[in-house]
Design a protein around this ligand. Structure first.
Ligand SMILES: Cc1cc2nc3c(=O)[nH]c(=O)nc-3n(C[C@H](O)[C@H](O)[C@H](O)COP(=O)(O)O)c2cc1C
Length: 179
């Protein structure tokens, strides 16, 4: 059995966090880390645990307009921001909207600007809500990992993501489900 970590990422930060979480789920054969448009229903069917993460845009999940704004920002950044290979792909909002009929365990995370959640918003809340609506049971409360105002990961966030992944894997193991 295996786990699946599905991510959306424009500037690469959520991708890095997704990989840091996935590293805690066992060997590379035991976990798939995929952008939303590679997360097929067949892949999800066989998963013991699904983790879904994306960037916070306009206080929630991205939309076509905010994804385009991110692409424009990268172009204007004079090389400070690189677009992730997933940036041209599907956003989580559309991907989650296409799911149906799942019963497994899942958890959600986001990346967002460092600050109070009621000011920044956090996409993981909406991702969790969608996962539950589609039949998943939540294995953990939604979690956020921080970027600075220039869209670079705050120091220590990859380590915090690894710790979150470890706790998730341990809680699955305690329930007799190897992640
Ligand atoms: C169009 C746009 C809107 C954003 N809106 C928010 C927001 O409402 N709250 C927030 O905390 N961060 C916001 N951000 C910052 C993103 O959360 C940040 O770019 C993201 O976490 C970086 O992840 P990524 O590198 O995987 O794209 C916004 C970024 C963009 C490009």
């Amino acid at each position: 059995m295996y786990s699946v970590v599905v991510y959306e990422s424009m500037f690469g930060n959520t991708h890095l966090i997704a990989q840091a979480i996935a590293n805690e789920f066992g060997t590379p054969e035991q976990v798939f880390v995929v952008p939303a448009d590679e997360a097929s229903p067949a892949l999800l069917e066989g998963a013991r645990l699904l983790v879904v993460g994306g960037p916070t845009h306009a206080h929630s999940m991205s939309r076509a307009s905010t994804r385009q704004a991110a692409i424009d920002a990268a172009r204007k950044s004079h090389g400070d921001l690189d677009l992730d290979p997933a940036a041209a792909g599907l956003g989580l909002r559309d991907w989650l909207g296409s799911l149906s009929g799942f019963t497994g365990k899942a958890a959600a995370f986001d990346t967002r600007v460092n600050g109070l959640a009621f000011l920044t918003g956090h996409a993981s809340k909406a991702i969790s809500r969608e996962l539950k609506r589609h039949g998943f049971r939540l294995a953990a409360p939604p979690e956020s990992f921080r970027v600075d105002r220039n869209n670079h990961l705050v120091d220590g966030e990859e380590e915090r993501a690894a710790a979150w992944g470890r706790v998730l894997a341990e809680s699955m193991a305690e329930k007799g489900i190897s992640a």
